[in-house]
Structures are given as C-alpha cells and as structure tokens.
Design a binder for this molecule. Structure first.
Ligand SMILES: [Zn+2]
Length: 208
C-alpha cells in the first residue's frame, strides 16, 4: 500500500469527518467510553473494526503478534498496562481475545527465529510456546496441530488474563466477561469457545 493510497484514504476520511462532525465532536468532548477490550493479532488481515462493525469509541484495541497476554508481572508489560487501563479506568464489561487462522506468529513456533538476529520476536513468541507444547503432548494428528495450537493459544492467553487481579475480581463480581474467539480468514466466520461445552461454536449470524 503506497503512501499515496494512505493519503487519498485520509482525504476521504476528512470528508466523512466533516459530514459526521457531530459524532466526532462528541467523541472529543465526552471522552471514550468503550465497553469492550479487544486483544487481537497485529496481522493486517484481521481488522477488528471491519469484522465487528465497531465505530470509533467502541473498541479499546490491543494488537500484537499472536494476540498474546503476558502473565501479570511479566517484563513485557505493554499489553498488561492496556488491560489494567481498560478494566480499572475504562471499566469495560467484555474482553475479547481473538486469534485467527493462518497466524504467522503461531506458525513461527514450529521453526523458531534466530534469537541473535531477531531477539525480540524470539523472546515474544516464547509467551505463546506453552500452547504448542500442550498440543504436542496430545494425540492431535500432525495435520491439525497448527489450528489446534492457534485455538489453544487463545485459551491460554485468556487464562493469562485471569492472572491480573483486576480481571479476576471483575469476573468474580460478574461485571466482566472474557470471550475466546477465533476468526477464520477463509470464511470470514468467527468461532467462540463455549467453556461449558468445551468446544468452539460458530457465533450466530442471524438475529435471535
Ligand atoms: Zn496472527
């Protein structure tokens, strides 16, 4: 995407900004009040606002390679800071952890990058490695391991979320819900993990 495309897109946005000025003015005047913290992958194909139709002000986004939540107390604290801010200050009611098919970060667990030339990637991916190790400990067929690791990683990152006292307290009080999701790049569908049934189900596309 050349810069000229970014700038022509920006011009279209400026027109929208002017025609919907009241909306943007209200956002500036009233501050943000999102109800959802979205923790997703940095992958350019997984665009939370596109998938969910969320408007500005509705999603507090954190995106990083492989939608990781380092456990509380970890040296990598950028995601944890966003979690605390969203839960304690913005008082979100929902946290979505959304993984996706064809995730390059999870794929890289199979052939780890050279820690000398890519020390940050190598170090970051170690936060997702327990998901691969867990899958390797099962009898999941080799052909299914990649997708199973993607799913397991989402569930593990949800568990890591619960290591933050503010998240654990929010869940206990009933004011905060965690949603493990998986976005399928090929079908555009979202699967959600049903903890009671211990399975991934398609999110209903029809209005109930
Ligand atoms: Zn990814």
């Amino acid at each position: 995407m050349p810069t000229t495309k970014l700038i022509s897109g920006y011009r279209r946005f400026r027109e929208k900004f002017d025609s919907e000025h009241e909306v943007f003015e209200r956002l500036a005047e009233e501050g943000q009040n999102p109800k959802v913290l979205w923790i997703g992958c940095s992958d350019s194909r997984v665009v939370p606002e596109l998938i969910t139709g969320a408007d500005p002000g509705e999603l507090f986004d954190v995106r990083n390679i492989a939608n990781v939540v380092p456990p509380a107390g970890s040296a990598a604290c950028a995601t944890g800071a966003a979690v605390e801010y969203a839960v304690i200050h913005l008082k979100v009611s929902h946290i979505v952890v959304c993984g996706h098919t064809e995730c390059g970060g999870i794929k890289a667990l199979e052939t780890p990058p050279d820690p000398n030339s890519q020390p940050h990637i190598a170090s970051w991916l170690e936060l997702a490695r327990p998901a691969r190790d867990q899958v390797l400990d099962t009898d999941v067929p080799e052909a299914d391991r990649y997708l199973e690791t993607i799913k397991t990683n989402v569930l593990m990152q949800c568990e890591n979320l619960r290591s933050y006292p503010c998240v654990a307290a929010g869940e206990q009080s009933g004011g905060l819900s965690i949603h493990p999701w998986l976005y399928d790049l090929r079908t555009g569908r979202i699967l959600a993990f049903d903890e009671g049934a211990a399975r991934w189900d398609a999110v209903a596309e029809q209005q109930p």
